[in-house]
Design a protein. Structure first.
Length: 140
């Protein structure tokens, strides 16, 4: 895939804090929205994951804030999976204003939880590849 998966979001007024910029926790919501949008675009629904007895889990997230976002700003949130192997994977995400100005960068470590065993799936890359109708969105 030449371009990372991306979704556009308009900042809503209720997402801002007393300084008038987006509250810190909202950045995580934007990143989560982009990840679920990628899954849906790849053909994987929440219902399909539940039927398979698995669910994605966030294990760690780091945010680097670059520029403030204000109500009404339009942002593009990207999502790129990095499959290094093992039970976990990394997700690199950026949040950029519509003019390309970087607003934030997020790096997350995730896994795929077996909902019955309550343990991480040994090879999440293979499971996502099996479940997806378009695995290229995961870089597979």
């Amino acid at each position: 895939m030449s371009e990372p998966f991306s979704v556009r979001i308009t900042v809503r007024g209720y997402e801002t804090d007393v300084q008038g910029h987006v509250n810190q926790s909202v950045y995580i919501n934007y990143a989560e929205h982009a990840r679920w949008s990628l899954l849906r675009e790849a053909g994987i629904s929440q219902a399909a994951l539940a039927a398979e007895g698995v669910g994605p889990v966030a294990l760690e997230t780091t945010i680097r804030y670059r520029r403030e976002l204000l109500a009404g700003d339009e942002v593009d949130v990207t999502c790129v999976f990095d499959w290094a192997g093992g039970k976990t994977f990394r997700i690199e995400q950026s949040i950029r204003k519509a003019d390309g100005t970087p607003a934030a960068e997020l790096t997350s470590v995730g896994g795929l939880l077996d909902l019955r065993e309550r343990r991480l799936v040994a090879d999440p890359r293979s499971r996502f590849k099996e479940l997806a109708t378009d695995a290229s969105l995961f870089g597979l």
